[in-house]
Design a protein around this ligand. Structure first.
Ligand code: HEM
Length: 409
């Protein structure tokens, strides 16, 4: 049975051969959850890899709960579970619907659209500086360091209303949570000296204090930002802190992955890059295909709320059911020639933003940022190609790039 659990696999890229074998021969596959990178073993999980099944699981929140065991493969410490369940991401209808309605108001396309002009100037400045640095040097640039990390972080801090001076804090907090499987990141140790789960309340206190203080500030001095809306919504302090945490993690590392992921796909497909430059393909259509081939989120977990049979496998109440977006987006049953980058692909029902009640709340803002980045790259950068292999994050959750060397011109 191919293994798709090992976080180290993904440092070499999405394990497409393993996913293909699972889709064809074991569409609901038992996976071992062995001890890895200092993390303890778990009870194992079912891997769901076909597009149709991924969508079915995500839409059926009654049978596949986000609340019972939260949404990460690794089980939270039982003592932390009640805390983690307070986050909207880890709730089921109808409680989830109440929170979702409250924050949706802070996320209207009109609000996010107002950030387009700032994002555009930011993209142009970062890309122009990167291009100048390449010209002055050996013709190459690391697009992650020079452009995309900063672009994603600063766009998010604008949306949230985080002051400029505090932006570094936000980066530290999200890296702690997302990069914890990566050996390049120093582990955060708990009181007993072993790696602490960065999602536990003990590790998040500093961020929560910050969120509460910033909300109090926004009540006095409202701005046109999401934190101002949340500070004025009918949310308890605890709910507000959890939202801040959810948004910093969900809104940063995803775009930090999608932005260089799209540039990498274009760098390695010169014909497609040319079609985009020639204006033969609309940038927003291209962005969907770039998100399909480079899904920023590799999987999400649910927990079975009842015994049932799925593709002949007896799934028991309490079992972990993990959907792999990376596999669904390359399912031959839905996408003709799935490993071909076709920037004009239509229809393109990729699941990079999920589906069902938890479908990404920030999708509009994410698409806006990616469209603007690629539009500006077309004018600010000459044709570009890889200048060496990218370095990938060691994680089975986020499809991250730590560096992307490009040769410009
Ligand atoms: C390309 C970028 C992004 C991708 C690929 C992405 C992907 C996803 C996915 C797959 C989910 C579903 C989680 C589940 O099924 O349990 C999700 C949920 C969510 N995303 Fe995104 N996301 C992106 C950007 C953003 C941004 C920019 C924000 C906010 C600024 C954001 C905020 C959220 C929130 C709040 C949820 C939880 C929704 C809920 O539980 O109802 N995301 N995202």
């Amino acid at each position: 049975m191919p293994d798709v659990f090992d976080p180290r696999l993904y440092a070499r890229g999405i394990p497409h051969d393993a996913f293909r074998e699972l889709r064809d021969r074991h569409p609901v596959a038992r996976q071992d959850e062995y001890a890895v990178l200092g993390w303890p073993a778990g009870p194992g999980f079912w891997a769901v890899t076909r597009h149709g099944d991924v969508v079915r699981v995500l839409k059926d929140a009654r049978r596949y709960s986000s609340h019972l065991g939260a949404t990460q493969i690794r089980d939270p410490d039982p003592a932390d579970l009640p805390f983690i369940r307070r986050m909207m991401l880890n709730q089921d209808p109808p409680g989830h619907g109440r929170l979702r309605r409250l924050v949706s108001r802070a996320f209207t396309p009109a609000r996010t659209g107002r950030f387009e002009a700032v994002a555009r100037t930011r993209a142009r400045d970062l890309l122009t500086a990167a291009s100048a640095a390449a010209r002055a040097g050996d013709g190459t640039v690391d697009a992650v360091r020079a452009v995309t990390d900063e672009y994603a972080l600063l766009n998010l801090t604008d949306l949230l209303g985080v002051p400029k001076s505090d932006r570094g804090l936000l980066l530290t907090w999200t890296e702690r949570v997302i990069a914890y499987q990566d050996p390049d990141e120093p582990p955060v140790l708990g009181p007993d000296g072993t790696p602490a789960n960065p999602r536990s309340p003990a590790m998040l206190g500093e961020m929560f204090d910050y969120a509460r203080n910033l909300a109090a500030y926004k009540r006095d001095r409202p701005g046109d930002d999401v934190l101002t809306s949340l500070a004025h919504a009918d949310l308890s302090d605890g709910e507000l802190e959890m939202f801040f945490f959810l948004l910093t993690v969900a809104g940063n590392d995803t775009v930090r992955s999608a932005a260089p992921g799209g540039l990498l796909a274009l760098a390695t497909h010169q014909d497609e890059q040319r079609r985009l430059r020639d204006g033969r393909i609309a940038v927003d259509t291209a962005v969907e295909e770039l998100l399909r081939v480079h899904p920023p989120v590799l999987h999400f977990r649910r927990t079975a709320a009842e015994d049932h049979v799925l593709h002949g496998r007896h799934v028991r109440r309490g079992d972990k059911v993990v959907v792999f977006h990376a596999s669904a987006n390359h399912d031959e049953r839905v996408f003709p020639d799935p490993h071909r980058l076709d920037l004009a692909r239509s229809p393109n029902p990729h699941v990079s933003f999920g589906d069902g009640p938890h479908v990404c709340l920030g999708a509009h803002f994410a698409r806006l940022q990616l469209r603007v980045l690629h539009e500006e790259a077309l004018s600010a950068l000459p044709p570009y190609e890889p200048a060496g292999p990218p370095r990938r994050l060691v994680s089975h959750f986020i499809n991250g790039l730590k560096s992307l060397p490009l040769r410009l011109g």
